[in-house]
Design a protein around this ligand. Sequence first.
Ligand code: UT7
Length: 333
Amino acid sequence: MSLSSKEYRSSVILGVGSYVPDKILGNKELSLKVDTSDKWIQTRTGITERRIASIDRPTSDLAYEAARNAIADAKIEIDQIDLVIVATITPDMAFPSTACILQHRLGLGKVACFDLEAACSGFLYSLDVADGMLSSGRYKCALVIGAEKMSSIMDWQDRTTCVLFGDGAGAVILSAEGKGPELLGFRSGADGSNPTLLHQPAGGSSKPASKNTLANREHFLKMNGKEIFKSAVRVMEKATRELIAAHGLELSDVNHIIPHQANVRIVESMAHRLEIPLEKFFCNLDRHGNTSAASIPLALDEAVRNDLFVHGELVVMVAFGAGLTWSATLVRF
Ligand code: UT7
């Protein structure tokens, strides 16, 4: 089996960390706010509870805690970090970036900082970008974070969306040098032909905030769940197949898959289509719901803490999100 698809040295993961707020919102409590039931949510999505950040805690606050945990896990000095990327669709504000806010809070040097918006695929897109920047030789050590306060853009009157999402953050320290799990390759893509399948209609330049947009509840996330479901299965299957083929591997060579944590039925369909046993898919969506860009790093951190991966094993992380965007990453542990 061949693994080489990159001409340059792979970056390595020196440390992983995550953070979720303390407040647990269970399905039963949610069914008191909106017309739903524990049974419907569990059978249609696999979710039992999600974490919700308090009103005074913005996304940068969750990102800060996850970043601190990743830095401690990597056992690096903070001044080694020379690049910060935050993947999020719920930034503290439109600008400046959440990454800049975080830089100051963490006491980092005046290093490059920016946010990356690729919705639920944002963390894997950020790894792809950070890996490229590290491989150029111009950067040495990147803090890459997926952080979301999805509760801040939920319409708590819309049962078709508010039961699905949660808040949280996950982070990794990526380095051009050192020992750790290696990022072997990526497959990222997008199809912008149908942006309204999953979007936040107002608040941007096409529909600035107004009395009407507020009255029409257009600052909240809107989704065509059925269409997104079908696309999700299709694009994650395709990205995984292409990534594996590009490395001269077979699907059976993959030891574990960390899929975007949106709906257990999406994961089951994907496993079925790829003919990969469901046991190889790591899921924690039952306890967190869909945390968008935080979903993959949150699951990665939990898998690492549980010693799920053995040295040398191959792990695929694969996500899809609004855009539509998708991204798959191959890691050798
Ligand atoms: O990161 C990407 C983000 N998005 C996703 O991954 C979402 C992908 N889509 C999905 O996960 C699923 O499509 C949903 C979970 C959103 C919906 O599941 P579904 O099996 O596609 O349900 P549905 O939309 O076909 O709705 C079935 C019924 C409808 O009632 P009627 O018309 O059959 O009477 C809905 O009104 O279920 C109803 N329904 C609910 N009932 C109780 C929808 N949401 C709820 C709810 N509680 N929360």
